[in-house]
Design a protein around this ligand. Sequence first.
Ligand SMILES: C=C1C[C@]23C[C@@]1(O)CC[C@H]2[C@@]12CC[C@H](O)[C@@](C)(C(=O)O1)[C@H]2[C@@H]3C(=O)O
Ligand SMILES: O=C(O)CCC(=O)C(=O)O
Ligand SMILES: [Fe+2]
Length: 332
Amino acid sequence: MVVPSPTPIRTKTTKALGIPTVDLSLDNSSVSQLIVRACEEYGFFKVINHGVNKEVVTRLEEEAARFFGKPAAEKQQAGPASPFGYGCKNIGCHGDTGELEYLLLHTNLLSVSERSKTISNDPSGFSCAVSDYIRAVRQLACEILDLAAEGLWVPDKHVFSRLIRDVHSDSVLRLNHYPAVEEIADWDPSPIRIGFGEHSDPQILTILRSNDVAGLQICLHDGLWVPVPPDSTGFYVIVGDSFQVLTNGRFESVRHRVLTNSSQPRMSMMYFGAPPLTAWIAPLSHMVSQQNPSLYKPFTWSEFKKAAYSLRLRDTRLDLFKIHATEKSASL
Ligand SMILES: C=C1C[C@]23C[C@@]1(O)CC[C@H]2[C@@]12CC[C@H](O)[C@@](C)(C(=O)O1)[C@H]2[C@@H]3C(=O)O
Ligand SMILES: O=C(O)CCC(=O)C(=O)O
Ligand SMILES: [Fe+2]
């Protein structure tokens, strides 16, 4: 159990272009406060000294590069992307597009091993690389969620992590490949391309890792878009819509996008930590009071996912589950 710090901890959040960096090797009570502050102010931060084995990351990166290097016709055999598999340029089912290709995988181990047969000539090597990576980043996500709970003074420290640790968790792994932009002709008026359009992630927490190629941007509370410096050794943490609900709006999911204009290909891997389909998502009682009435109606992850997947990428789906002012006053 940590005790409240008498003085606010201000010094240990280093800012690279305004983005907080949290050093996970510091003591738990400092780290938990830093995480809470980063989630409140940005809904986004970088973690360093995270303990994830470099070899686990490299192995998956190599498997992904091998897959994306295959001829188009072979890659199509792992498609379509919906609900899981290979996709190229089309994102979701409602007309969104981006300059990328990707693999979407459910994190369920059986499903990974089944899918690998269409992805790799060495399915067990691919499946093993994916499973090891999922285990490592799930552990990291759980540590971060436990620290966040501690920083929020929630009595049950595992209240968030339990949702994604569950064997029936609906978490997803996504491997994105943004091809290099060809030499731009002088007359081309739009050298910057949308790699992945503006959106928030519907899940609880996303753990993002990329190679050293830029492109990711986040939107600050004042609407300013900030480029995220790539760092292949760290992980970026993204607050998702479900975390916003669980914390009754104290944390806000961050809108982000990828713009590509690089002569190098960008590769990224995202672990989207989600609860089981049947799990209920509602503001924790600890986050609700007379001064802070509940902002959202309870829903299951299945209901929310269905709503999110029926909308466009840039849509704000939480509006559908908001409690309106009149309902709030009626419930007091
Ligand atoms: C347009 C869409 C793509 C998406 C499903 C959706 O209808 C709206 C949410 C999108 C998103 C964003 C975060 C993740 O990349 C993703 C896998 C997810 O869970 O929600 C994607 C969905 C997708 O690419 O299918
Ligand atoms: O590829 C990236 O860097 C980010 C992609 C992303 O935000 C997503 O897949 O949800
Ligand atoms: Fe995202």
